[in-house]
Ligand binder design. Structure first.
Ligand code: GSH
Length: 221
């Protein structure tokens, strides 16, 4: 059985959601991000991203990491593309053209949207949304997201899904990246096709099951 090293409050959500969609049994081995622990370097600290045993799997000290047989794979989006292709049936590509488009949209989201989205989420998470600096930062990041969101609005308005006219790994990868920016509620009002698509993705039972487990995981230890 493939083993996923990670936690529900991390980018492993992408992989856990996908595994739920395809009914793939994954063993989740809990790895805490070091910053979520009071004393990550203490000898009795829970297994975390600075633990020696984990660094031998992930020299970057980052989760998630997938181990499937001899394959050790980092990068959450690469893990999803691999799992979809190997185990996902129609959630993965049906041919090389779909494979290329799934890779394209995944990289599009990772490079054009993840940075600004995470910055918006951090403003909210760390309680800065009501300060002038926080509002200014959000405005900058919303502006940076304008161009990719207009591209997505046109694409989803025409096709309804990212690739192949059906729900695939590309929808999961893009939706999970866009989720960070959702913490700024007014953002998607101008993009009804993106908004409707994202809500539909997040209404799926496999997303809801992942989300409930995430909510049950403590943020800090
Ligand atoms: N691009 C990587 C980013 C991985 C990453 O930064 N993971 C975070 C959690 S979402 C982490 O492990 N941080 C470790 C730490 O800060 O201790 C991916 O998508 O897998």
């Amino acid at each position: 059985m493939p083993v996923l090293y990670g936690s529900y409050r991390s980018r492993a959500t992408r992989n856990l959601w996908l595994a739920g969609e395809i009914g793939l049994e994954l063993e989740l081995r809990q790895v805490w991000q070091a910053y979520r622990l009071d004393k990550p370097d203490a000898p009795d600290a829970p297994f975390n991203t600075r633990s020696r045993g984990f660094l031998s799997l992930s020299p970057m000290g980052a989760i998630p990491v997938l181990v499937d047989g001899d394959l050790v794979l980092a990068e959450s989006l690469a893990i999803n593309l691999y799992l979809a292709r190997r185990y996902g049936g129609d959630l993965g590509p049906r041919d090389e053209a779909e494979n290329a488009l799934m890779t394209q949209w995944t990289l599009f989201a990772a490079t054009a949207m993840e940075g600004p989205g995470l910055a918006i989420q951090n403003v909210h998470t760390y309680g800065r949304a009501d300060s002038e600096a926080g509002r200014g930062e959000i405005a900058d990041k919303v502006e940076a997201l304008g161009r990719p969101l207009r591209v997505l609005e046109g694409h989803l308005g025409r096709d309804g899904h990212m690739v192949g006219g059906r729900f695939t790994v590309a929808d999961i990868n893009v939706a999970e990246i866009l989720r960070y920016a959702q913490s700024h509620e007014p953002l998607l009002a101008e993009y009804p096709a993106v908004d409707g698509w994202l809500r539909a993705c997040q209404a799926r039972p496999a997303f809801r099951a992942m989300w409930d487990r995430r909510a049950a995981e403590p943020m800090w230890l």
